[in-house]
Design a protein around this ligand. Structure first.
Ligand SMILES: *Cc1c(COP(=O)(O)O)cnc(C)c1O
Length: 235
């Protein structure tokens, strides 16, 4: 077994244990393999071990891998910050975008989504950590943004995503994840058909699953420490 296959097996076991501990069906927690900075061969190894969904943060790097691995019929999620002048390749190549934080980006993705493709699945990224984090829409601006995104013809609003501030404080992490769940429940009560909470990374999938995560985004625990710091990765 390759190291990546063994790591995947260990992550799947963590997901299963966390789901059972939370009284949830493990099948309700999807695993997104975050493959940013890793070459296509690493993704091939994960795919050979049964992994279908991959997350990328950088537009060009991600679009290149989508093209290179087209024959494998994988599911592609864009999870990084997105500038409005780089939406077109994302609208063309990806199945999901987790990082919608303003209407301008959503508008462009909807306008640029090819008619022959299914609607682009999207999540709105919410800033659940207040001033400690800069990415994501503020919770008080979420309802208006969610209604506007849900009305766009070529997008399908699936749910919410968050990245809490880095911390080892499990109680704090759980409270951030619980905030995202509460915000999603309020939108559902307002009539939006949402089924996705994208939350939890390598170090905190247990806390996220305990609070209702339906997609955990895991990079390091599958592929190892990244070969270069993501802050200087190619855009
Ligand atoms: C890099 C990244 C991850 C994965 O983080 P790990 O700690 O390596 O599991 C998850 N979500 C987002 C948005 C990321 O940028």
């Amino acid at each position: 077994m390759t190291l990546i296959a063994a790591n995947l097996q260990a992550v799947r076991a963590r997901i299963e244990q966390a789901a059972i501990a939370a009284g949830r069906d493990p099948a309700t927690v999807g695993l997104l393999a975050v493959s940013k900075t890793w070459p296509a061969d690493a993704l091939r190894a994960a795919a050979a071990a049964g992994q279908r969904a991959f997350g990328e943060n950088y537009v060009q790097e991600g679009a290149d891998k989508v093209a290179e691995l087209a024959a494998l019929d994988l599911e592609w999620h864009f999870i990084g910050p997105l500038q409005s002048n780089k939406t077109r390749p994302v609208a063309g190549a990806f199945d999901w975008v987790h990082s919608i934080d303003r209407l301008k980006i959503a508008d462009r993705l909807s306008a640029q989504r090819d008619a022959h493709l299914p609607p682009l699945n999207v999540c709105i990224q919410v800033n659940v950590s207040g001033e400690d984090s800069k990415s994501g829409v503020a919770p008080d601006e979420l309802p208006a943004l969610a209604q506007a995104v849900a009305a766009l013809p070529r997008l399908r609003l699936r749910g919410l995503m968050c990245i809490p501030e880095p911390t080892d404080d499990v109680a704090l992490l759980r409270s951030r994840f619980a905030t995202l769940r509460t915000l999603k429940d309020a939108l559902v009560a307002d009539g939006l058909a949402l089924d996705t909470l994208s939350m939890g990374m390598s170090h905190d999938i247990e806390a996220a699953i305990a609070e209702g995560a339906t997609i955990v985004r895991v990079g390091t625990a599958i592929f190892g420490a990244r070969p270069y710091p993501t802050a200087v990765a190619p855009a």
